[in-house]
Design a protein around this ligand. Sequence first.
Ligand SMILES: Cc1ncc(COP(=O)(O)O)c(C=O)c1O
Length: 470
Amino acid sequence: MTHLAEPPARLVGEDLQVPCVDGVDRRYVNLDAAASTGAFPVVMAAVEQFVPMYSSVHRGAGYKSRLATAAYESARATALAFAGRGPDATAAGDIAILCRNTTEALNHLAYRLRLDPDDVVLTTVVEHHANLLPWGRMACRRYVECDEDGTFDTDDVVAGLDQAPRPRILALTGASNVTGWLPPLTAILEAAHERGVPVVLDAAQLAPHRAIPGEADYVAFSGHKLYAPFGSGVLVGPGTTFAEGDPFLAGGGAVDLVDLDEVWWTEPPDREEAGSPNVMGAVALEAALAELGRIGWTTIEAHEQALARRLRHGLAAVDGVRVLGPPLDTDTLAIAAFVVEGVDHALVAARLSAEWAIGVRHGCFCAHPYLIRLLGLSPADVDAYRAQVMAGDHRTMPGAVRASCGISSTEADVDAVVDAVARIAAEAGKGQAPPVPYVQDIATGDYWPVSDEPGWRGHERESGASCARG
Ligand SMILES: Cc1ncc(COP(=O)(O)O)c(C=O)c1O
């Protein structure tokens, strides 16, 4: 296997030491980048530099307010360019709405598209709940199914597009948060546009790893997944979508005039951003997008492709481990969702954390329909675990373990998780118990080691993260 040079970037907190149940402190290995990433050092520097200038945006006459407003609007322009919009984007009518995250962006859009309950939104079974649930509240959903390997092809999407009635929109992920699979976006965008169907691209996972195709009509992404963890998100789309009708949020900053019985909304994007804007988040976001631009997609992709190969092949070579998703040589993000034969996914994740200081996620990754398919669960399996969950018992919730790399991940990080998983699988194969006992929480399904070591004592358990929610 070829060896990588240094990763393209380091993040704040990279050398954090955390306690393990054997009493040893180890460097924290963050393999949970698909959930949230650390911050670029330039993001922290930009935030610190901006703090003295912090002031109200769009609602202050003072000099600091003018600076804060300019910083906020500059971030908006950068976000638009990052979403593949050229320098004439505003003239072409595209706008960027700054919000909290991808979930808010997609809910916002689902509300603003003014769908009828009978309208059809074509989406896929691969989606994160954020790109499934908002559509179900506003319209009928039609689904593109996936194969056993968790993929579909352009023809499957075309079949959904050609079914009557014609969908009002296609809502599609740019990259799976579970398997890292990259749907054939170029061909799908072309097919949808040939049929006059606009495409909503959930770019939450795509944005940190690959360029966003400028052809996507609407784009949503989150700052906290691309090294700017300060609570910002972006929704990009044609201004005309937001020109008529009530905004998603009503309040200050979104209006021209208000009477006690009447309101005259202002123009988008301000119309869509009621309330005081998150200017610190915007400053952080702009710094992160600029840093990704400086590093460049060629470098980012080469690094991540090498890690993806190492991670997915490494895990798949372990006896008793099954990597979910497309064939190993498929070009995916550096993500692997996997199961270890005979060991609950929650126990694997707990052991990686408590014994090796490796942070991963387990469960269904906010993509329940996709996991059911990837795990090949029968309707009877699904009924059985659902009955238990409805009764408050998450212990039999099915799922997988997910290791996900980011821009600062190294080969050593990948090797660490592969080696640790190999140990867990080998011990399970021989029927050996872990070095410390683990207890499972009924309400979350998570495991906790029985230990007197600092950081792992019983009373410290409440602060433990829960993967039960999805
Ligand atoms: C593909 C995908 N879409 C949407 C989301 C929701 O993002 P957020 O939690 O930032 O709103 C996520 C988060 O994991 C995701 O992976």
